[in-house]
Unconditional design. Structure first.
Length: 351
């Protein structure tokens, strides 16, 4: 019987992000950007002209190439796996496709509680094996931490019900309010599948994970606690035995940050609608704070970018758990030069 030879992982030469996530970073803040491998990069657009978005997510060699693109060009302090939050609904058979200028479409959205009951038992090791393979290949090449990620249950449920992006989430909120019992059943199913999926990523070698609750901002305070936070807590708790840092991101984090802290994540990613220095006064020092630059700042002149960086980094000076990032993903038409200037400017703050 032949023994399986595991791929050789490179030793991290830059663990600044992991130090910050354990609130032990004593140098400049680490910097990475949400959606850092994306359409603003000409190298990405060249690949996108040859492959569909799902092909790019499904083929490990392409995932490796795309994930590394921004590291090669800009030199961020961390990589984030190139993938999509909707791979779980796709694996559940809801028919995922992407249309230009439209976004994701699920061809078989959920319409009744019976549809929830009919969802298959998900074997992530089989249906999402390409993700694990991509991670293993990346860990042979990366010298910075690799972030895995998944969509949070409320956000994934909204796509599964709406059939795509829908800013008002009318169908989702009506179902949630009219039939909370079946809605909770769906959230429980997604949460359990997400724990299994993140465990698969951890087994493959990711150094930290981020949960994206991109639509949580549509919820009121009471509904947020019941239908979003409860399941974020469930996932964080489910991953605790793995001792891998978990970052929580949701739009509206400036409103919900104190509640997110109750889940005891390693970090909370903040939007730009709050003063992060003031937020630090209310969030325990044991929880890292990530953010919180407005992505639109990258359209500004370089001196304006520098002024905002000076304000932010000076305000957070000495904070051992500060991670510099945007408050949301990079816009597709963001100037490449602005991204390069931002990353280089952060590095000029020294070690």
């Amino acid at each position: 019987m032949m023994l399986q030879v595991m791929p050789q992982k490179l030793k991290l030469t830059n663990d600044r992000l992991l130090k910050a996530l354990s609130c032990q970073n004593t140098g400049r803040p680490p910097v990475w950007l949400m959606r850092q491998a994306g359409r603003y990069m000409p190298e990405y657009r060249a690949l996108r002209a040859k492959y569909s978005f799902l092909d790019m997510c499904h083929q490990p060699e392409l995932v490796v190439e795309i994930t590394q693109l921004p590291l090669t060009v800009f030199g961020m302090d961390a990589a984030i796996l190139f993938s999509d939050i909707l791979v779980i609904p796709e694996a559940l058979g809801l028919g995922l496709r992407f249309e230009d200028q439209v976004g994701p479409i699920l061809e078989r959205p959920l319409k009744t509680p019976a549809d929830i009951a009919a969802l298959p038992v998900l074997d992530v090791s089989d249906s999402l094996s390409y993700v694990a393979q991509s991670i293993r290949l990346l860990k042979e090449r990366l010298e910075v931490p690799l972030l895995g990620f998944a969509g949070a249950p409320f956000t994934i449920a909204s796509y599964m019900i709406e059939g795509g992006s829908s800013p008002a989430l009318k169908k989702t909120k009506q179902w949630m309010l009219r039939d909370p019992v079946s809605f909770h059943r769906l959230l429980e199913k997604i949460a359990d599948d997400t724990i299994a999926y993140l465990n698969l990523q951890i087994d493959a070698g990711v150094d930290a994970v981020q949960l994206f609750d991109s639509w949580a901002h549509v919820l009121g305070h009471v509904q947020f606690r019941e239908f979003s936070l409860a399941y974020l807590k469930r996932i964080v708790e489910g991953l605790k035995p793995r001792n891998v840092p978990v970052i929580l991101f949701c739009r509206g984090a400036s409103v919900f940050a104190k509640q997110l802290a109750e889940a005891a994540p390693a970090g909370i990613s903040l939007d730009w609608n709050t003063d992060i220095t003031q937020m630090r006064l209310t969030i325990p020092q044991s929880i890292a704070l990530q953010g919180n630059i407005d992505p639109d700042l990258l359209y500004a002149p370089k001196e304006v970018i520098q002024k905002e960086l000076d304000r932010l980094i000076t305000g957070m000076k000495g904070d051992k758990g500060f991670i510099l990032n945007l408050g949301h993903g990079i816009h597709p038409d963001t100037p490449v030069d602005a991204v390069k200037y931002l990353i280089d400017a952060v590095k000029r703050y020294g070690d």
